[in-house]
Design a binder for this molecule. Structure first.
Ligand SMILES: *Cc1c(COP(=O)(O)O)cnc(C)c1O
Length: 377
């Protein structure tokens, strides 16, 4: 696909009326996601009496493009195409859902994907599994950068340097997407996501909405939508990555950027409950207890959570319901499933196969026999 064919995919974007006055509004959107994802009752294990939990299936936004990032990329990649770019540069961990989604969507649009992946010097088998496998199978151009690299000082400069080199050496224009796609343009993924929740009647049906907060853009979009619509839902952002101080700043900056701070004086703490203590052993690091929870959820409800985001968010949502129920405005809770399915294939779930007897229900039946060799008790 060339630049002219790409431009034909652009659709002029009209925001919902409640977002029309924001200071930054994207010009274009492209259709990449299967939006209008369903909301289902979710019989999550461990929920105290009285609570009802539902799940919004944003893991169903796509197959290989699954998860919340594709909503943002409908706006970010439209912006890249509008600017006439031929390549896209972004960054994340080796198992980044954001990098995988960006790379796949880029390939589908004929754009060259360049990924800066935070890594140990020798990542070994991690490069063969999960999201990294998909990144490589579509020929993403990968650069391994230090695991602890900081966005502002160490990652953005590298991305800019790469963009300059691509221009100089290949006359390619590159579009840079910061970690997680949480820019004012990417914010519109969940401005539209909130509009979809309105169409589904969410503020009337649910007292609370719970989401895993990574780079913050999805939580910010939902919280802003919730605020601008005077909804009574309470939004809870589960801090799986940094602490609440970082996101308070990120959301406050976003509010300033889109003009809401000047207009309404609104601050992060007015519109979202930032829940600390969710990160556990570290970003992307799972404890046995968390992995067992993911296993139990899969075995009892048929829904896969991931170890980095949704697994921790759901685990601590249940804990909060048990120990701190007054944190919720009411008892009808909507959990936003933001995706992450490919982490099931990143090796972490081996621990569940080893420890959970239900995962070992494997019985030989190689010979024809009068009786079934084994049935459950
Ligand atoms: C990126 C991601 C999140 C967090 O979304 P942000 O907009 O970055 O806060 C949550 N869940 C999954 C599965 C993700 O990949």
């Amino acid at each position: 696909m060339d630049g002219a064919a790409r431009k034909q995919l652009l659709r002029a974007y009209e925001p919902p009326s409640w977002a029309a006055d924001l200071a930054i509004v994207p010009k274009y959107r492209i259709q990449l996601a299967n939006v209008n994802t369903p909301i289902q009752r979710w019989y999550l294990p461990g929920i105290p009496d009285g609570f009802e939990v539902y799940i919004k299936r944003d893991d169903m936004l796509g197959c290989e493009l699954t998860g919340n990032k594709i909503r943002k990329l409908e706006f970010l990649l439209a912006d890249a195409i509008d600017q006439g770019c031929q390549s896209v540069i972004t960054c994340g961990g080796i198992q980044s859902n954001h990098c995988r989604t960006t790379a796949l969507a880029s390939r589908q649009l004929g754009l060259q994907p360049y990924l800066l992946l935070r890594s140990m010097p020798d990542p070994g088998k991690e490069m063969h599994v999960g999201n990294a496998l998909l990144d490589r199978l579509i020929g993403s151009h990968l650069y391994l950068i230090p695991k602890k690299a900081q966005q502002a000082k160490e990652i953005i400069p590298r991305m800019q340097q790469l963009a300059q080199a691509l221009k100089k050496e290949k006359d390619e224009d590159a579009y840079i997407i910061p970690v997680g796609g949480s820019t004012a343009i990417g914010l519109y993924g969940y401005i539209e996501g909130f509009e979809e929740l309105l169409q589904q009647g969410a503020p009337d049906r649910f007292s609370d909405l719970v989401i895993a907060t990574g780079s913050g853009g999805s939580t910010a979009g939902l919280a802003i939508g919730n605020y601008l619509n005077d909804s009574k839902m309470k939004i809870h952002g589960m801090m799986v990555c940094d602490g609440s101080n970082y996101f308070r700043d990120h959301i406050d900056d976003t509010l300033a950027e889109i003009g809401l701070r000047d207009r309404c004086g609104v601050k992060a703490d007015d519109i979202v409950d930032l829940v600390d203590g969710v990160r556990g052993q570290g970003y992307g690091v799972s404890t046995k207890e968390e992995l067992d929870f993911i296993g139990d959820v899969a075995m009892t409800t048929g829904i896969f959570l991931d170890g980095t985001y949704t697994g921790k968010a759901a685990f601590h949502m249940v804990k909060q319901m048990q120990t701190n129920p007054q944190r919720f405005r009411g008892k009808k809770i909507l959990f936003l499933h933001t995706g992450g399915i490919f982490s099931v294939f990143d090796g972490r779930m081996d621990a569940v196969l080893q420890s959970n007897t239900a995962a070992k229900s494997i019985h030989e039946w190689f010979q024809v026999s009068d009786t079934v060799p084994w049935i459950p008790q």
